[in-house]
Design a binder for this molecule. Structure first.
Ligand code: CIR
Length: 269
């Protein structure tokens, strides 16, 4: 770990995504978007992201949208998969509870053992980062202490570390893995404090500061980093220090409703 070299990480065997519903403009947002959500553009952007996944991941399962759940494309929030087991979450926002059912069935079809989260526990998968064998769990408005306990009992062999998320929606809004042992971390007071908390438990982890807010939410697939373009900056040279390949993807319509790239898929190891 101290060589400064990033280790190879294996490609997930499958990814689960969920299509954009007609009601997507009603998705939850912490702040009213400056421009309204363009649903047909969101669909095009989603399709482009799915094409990238299909290029890299052996199996991509595309679940149909449900118009009763405007936030349903953000599948990441509905399950935490480690090894051959998944904890199906109880999403933190009431309007999202129920999204997890279709995802649960898809995971079971893949042969994954599923466990359920019981009330009063609440978990959004966007608060959960599994890196270097440690499960970092954001404590946010969406994921509570009971949720943290549910994760601890679902994965008894895994070290679980709570990380306060005072301001942002989710843990992974602020930071994400760009290589094994390396995190992209939003350059902000919140980002610095969160990474300091992470480093206390995992001093070997490195951070790469990224601005502006929102840009540090990336998807690592094997040695490829997919990152959000549309922040007026190109991050290729930054991420190429750690990754073999970088792919920018524009998801402007998802950013408007607080969604990042990681939210749009569940990766099945
Ligand atoms: C929500 O507020 O739940 C959605 N509008 C955005 C969810 C983003 N999910 C994620 O970052 N994992």
């Amino acid at each position: 770990e101290s060589t400064g070299m990033s280790m190879k990480r294996s490609m997930p065997r499958a990814a689960i995504v969920r299509q954009v519903p007609d009601t997507f403009a009603d998705a939850l947002a912490m702040e009213e978007p400056s421009a309204p959500v363009n649903v047909s553009l969101a669909r095009q952007q989603h399709a482009a992201y799915v094409r990238v996944l299909k290029e890299l991941v052996p199996e991509v399962i595309v679940l149909p949208a449900d118009k009763a759940y405007p936030d349903c494309p953000f599948v990441e929030d509905t399950a935490v998969v480690i090894g051959s087991r998944a904890l199906i979450t109880r999403p933190g926002a009431k309007s999202r509870q129920g999204e997890e059912l279709m995802v649960k069935e898809a995971l079971q079809r893949l042969g994954i053992e599923t466990l359920d989260t019981e009330a009063p526990a609440r978990i959004d998968g966007g608060d959960v980062l599994f890196e270097s064998g440690i499960l970092f769990v954001g404590q946010s408005t969406r994921t509570n202490e009971e949720g943290l306990k549910a994760l601890t009992s679902a994965f008894p062999d895994v070290q679980v570390v709570p990380v306060p998320v005072p301001k942002s929606l989710h843990l992974k809004t602020v930071l994400s893995s760009i290589a094994t042992g390396v995190l992209a971390v939003e350059e902000s007071v919140e980002g610095r404090n969160m990474f300091a908390c992470i480093q206390k438990a995992a001093p070997f982890l490195k951070s790469v500061p990224i601005s502006p807010a929102g840009a540090a939410n990336t998807v690592l697939l094997g040695c490829t980093v997919i990152y959000p373009s549309g922040y007026g900056r190109n991050f290729d040279s930054t991420y190429k220090q750690y990754a073999d390949r970088t792919i920018p993807v524009n998801i402007s319509e998802f950013h408007k409703v607080d969604g990042g790239l990681t939210c749009l898929s569940i990766l099945v190891p």
